[in-house]
Design a protein around this ligand. Structure first.
Ligand code: HEC
Length: 311
């Protein structure tokens, strides 16, 4: 009985994440007036809640490691403003005010991807494909930033970004509200830094891109190829072994990024490109040693079907 109850609780708190495109879609709800800044405002119940996992960013040396953290996200739009409400677990409040107990403060970010047929690299964009970032740090005013890859964060001028955060028994609830810099962002991704883990810069937890959809909840047509998933994961796993991918990607090898959460953080399109043409985008901090494996298109799909299952 106890077991069954525990199982049920786990199901409720950590929903299994099938690789279907609809699970990477976040529905925006429209309001007639500006969305509320108060995270406890009743209007938030109108926005569908997406339960997402934030994965430790294992591609960064000294990253947080450990487990994924659940984050609930809701998006409201109205009066020319977009508002995002985030709720996530974080055991103790680390603020950058005078009561600070840790050197680093808890922080969170919402990343916006421009419209297009592909999504930029989820770890802060890539050269020539900037992402816009709304950044909040406990005890500080929220900031607008722009990034074109790791370490390229720059402040964005523009209208003030409003923020209201509240401590709950288990973590933070935060609303960020502003005018989006992009006319119609295609997707959003979320990140959280835990001050208690010395969280800063790349040492964060990160979600996959979530395509923003209208009230129908349907994946925008432009991103269908990016979300396309075919192939057979079991055949993909055999190809992974046959092509010696683990020689670099096993965590102890340390020559390529740890792919333990690759499927949780990336879309199929990114994984296809990463394997087919590694030179097109290099994960920062690694040497350009990734070989181009010789694969037929259906074998590439098998490999990606395997990689997307790594979470
Ligand atoms: C000789 C070492 C080496 C081998 C073998 C290798 N890789 Fe890589 N791989 C890397 C390196 C280094 C990077 C990061 C730099 C880059 O993006 O090119 C990388 C990047 C990647 C990425 C992107 C990860 C991310 O977070 O964006 C994927 C996916 C990937 N490799 C899959 C594979 C697969 C599948 C195979 C086998 C067919 C393979 N690799 C074989 C070294 C290797």
């Amino acid at each position: 009985m106890k077991r069954a109850l525990l199982g049920l609780l786990l199901l409720l708190t950590v929903p299994a994440w099938a690789a279907s495109a609809s699970e990477r879609t976040l529905r925006i709800a429209d309001t007639r007036i500006a969305p509320p800044l108060d995270p406890d405002d009743a209007a938030w119940a109108r926005a569908p809640a997406a339960a997402l996992r934030l994965y430790p960013q294992t591609t960064v040396p000294g990253g947080p490691g450990g487990e994924a953290v659940m984050l609930e996200a809701r998006v409201l739009r109205g009066g020319g403003l977009l508002a995002v409400r985030l709720a996530w677990a974080d055991a103790d409040a680390d603020s950058s005010d005078k009561h600070a107990t840790h050197r680093f403060a808890d922080a969170a970010a919402v990343q916006f991807a421009p419209a297009g047929k592909t999504l930029p690299y989820v770890g802060m964009g890539e050269p020539g494909r900037p992402v816009q970032v709304w950044f909040w740090r406990a005890g500080q005013p929220a900031e607008r930033l722009s990034a074109q890859g790791f370490g390229s964060l720059t402040r964005q001028p523009g209208a003030r970004l409003a923020a209201q955060a509240r401590r709950t028994a288990t973590g933070w609830t935060l609303v960020l509200r502003g005018k989006p810099e992009m006319r119609a962002p295609a997707a959003v991704a979320f990140a959280a830094w835990d001050g208690a883990e010395d969280g800063r810069a790349g040492r964060k937890r990160l979600s996959a891109w979530q395509a923003l959809s209208g009230p129908d909840g349907v994946l925008p047509a432009a991103l269908r190829e990016e979300a396309r998933l075919g192939g057979d994961p079991a055949r993909g796993e055999r190809l992974y072994a046959a092509h010696g991918c683990a020689a670099c990607h096993a965590p102890e090898a340390g020559l390529g990024p740890d792919l333990a959460h690759a499927g949780g953080i990336h879309w199929p399109g990114h994984l296809r490109r990463a394997v087919r043409e590694p030179a097109a985008f290099r994960v920062p901090g690694y040497a350009a040693i990734m070989p181009v494996p010789s694969l037929r298109p259906e074998q590439l799909d098998d490999l990606v079907a395997y990689l997307i299952g790594l979470r």
